[in-house]
Design a protein around this ligand. Structure first.
Ligand code: FES
Ligand SMILES: [Fe+2]
Length: 371
């Protein structure tokens, strides 16, 4: 094979973890027979849907001479590179045609692949599985299989509503994630008259337990100092409202609120776009207030406010981080952040040694803080 093929592969690093599913684009933005650009973990991707509507993700770089494929011609099945017209099957990346070959030239084009990634649609998003990088200069081969389906939101009834929100943050995935799990910023960043004021700060105690690849804030009654929860208790006419919050590597936070037959579930991800840039996507599903017409809009407004407050804060923080300051994490409020870094280190260590991952938590832990 005439190979001038030395794609720049990225070594597994401590910042962006490979071998996981990542959210790439909201599903409603990706239409049939169209091509979209996306970046995940600094990898340029071209994403689209075939004629049947099935999504696909290819590396946005022709294996011939690196032309971005997103400006090529797509017929709903094969993607044609705009430079020399090589054609690739969008689902497995396999080369279908090299127009310059003469009939007596025997190049085995079916052994040539454009980089292709497992791709799934789940809860309003197109997810792409980013495998571990292959050896440098190995070129693209058949696509890797994902060993599990993309994460899905837990739902507790057949009828529900679904909505999403996103925001881009000019900070690394690590700052994005620890910002998301940080309990102490609430009273300062998320103030609003309808939510809470900074004067409502009080001591809290939460129980945590280890779960595979992450940790769980065990089912508890949500803080009584917020108006929406008071409203919910009234509406659901439930004696108890419980909230469970999980974090699992590489970037998934799920929150489940249950009140009698009513429920609200969200799956939030912080996706590494580049080393200094991440994107937060919140997708929520619920069966609460289904008959009250303005509630989806209201929920979106409330969540949108929170996400915008976080985004603004991280934008300011990015200014400070430019100067590479010395940072510290304190107990107990920053303990979840410490677990996150320990989990990441344990995951990478398990990969390196081939041994099972050693979970940094020995068992249940109770943390206390004021927020
Ligand atoms: S660069 Fe794509 S066909 Fe040549
Ligand atoms: Fe926040």
């Amino acid at each position: 094979m005439p190979e001038l093929d030395l794609p720049q592969r990225q070594a597994t690093d401590t910042l962006m973890l490979t071998d996981f599913w990542y959210r790439a684009l909201p599903a409603d933005r990706v239409h049939r027979n169209q091509l979209h650009k996306a970046t995940l973990l600094e990898l340029p991707l071209v994403i689209g849907r075939d004629r049947q509507g099935k999504p696909f993700a290819l590396r946005d770089s022709c294996p011939h001479r690196g032309m971005p494929l997103n400006s090529g011609h797509f017929d709903g099945e094969n993607l044609e590179c705009p430079y020399h017209g090589w054609q690739f099957d969008v689902h497995n990346g396999q080369c279908q045609l090299i127009p310059s070959l003469t009939s007596d030239q025997t190049l085995k084009i079916d052994r040539i692949y454009a980089g292709s990634y497992p791709c799934e649609e789940q809860d309003n998003f197109i997810w792409v599985y980013i495998p571990d990088p292959g050896p440098a200069g190995a070129g693209f081969t058949k696509p890797t299989e994902a060993h599990e389906p993309a994460p899905a939101i837990e739902k507790f009834s057949s009828k529900y509503k679904l909505a999403y929100l996103q925001a881009e943050m000019p900070v690394s995935i690590d700052h994005g994630i620890i910002g998301l799990m940080d309990p102490a910023h609430g009273p300062f960043v998320h103030q609003a008259w309808w939510w809470r004021t900074r004067h409502s700060i009080h001591e809290k105690q939460k129980h945590f337990e280890p779960i595979p690849n992450g940790f769980r804030m065990s089912a508890h009654s949500p803080s009584s100092n917020s108006a929406p929860y008071k409203l919910l208790r009234l509406y659901a006419d439930a004696d108890s409202i419980t909230t469970t919050i999980d974090f699992v590597l590489p970037n998934v936070r799920t929150e489940t609120i249950r009140a009698g037959k009513y429920w609200f579930s969200s799956l939030t991800t912080v996706t590494p776009i580049a080393r200094t840039h991440c994107r937060i996507d919140v997708v929520a599903a619920w069966n609460l207030f289904q008959w009250v017409p303005f509630v989806p809009g209201l929920l979106k407004f409330v969540f949108g406010k929170f996400v915008e407050q976080d985004r603004r804060t991280m934008e300011m923080q990015a200014e400070g981080l430019k100067h590479n300051p010395h940072l510290m994490l304190i107990d107990d409020a920053d303990r979840p952040a410490k677990w996150y870094f320990q989990l990441k280190a344990a995951y990478l260590e398990a990969k390196r040694t081939g041994q099972p991952m050693k979970h940094p938590m020995q068992g249940p832990v109770t943390l206390k803080w004021r927020s």
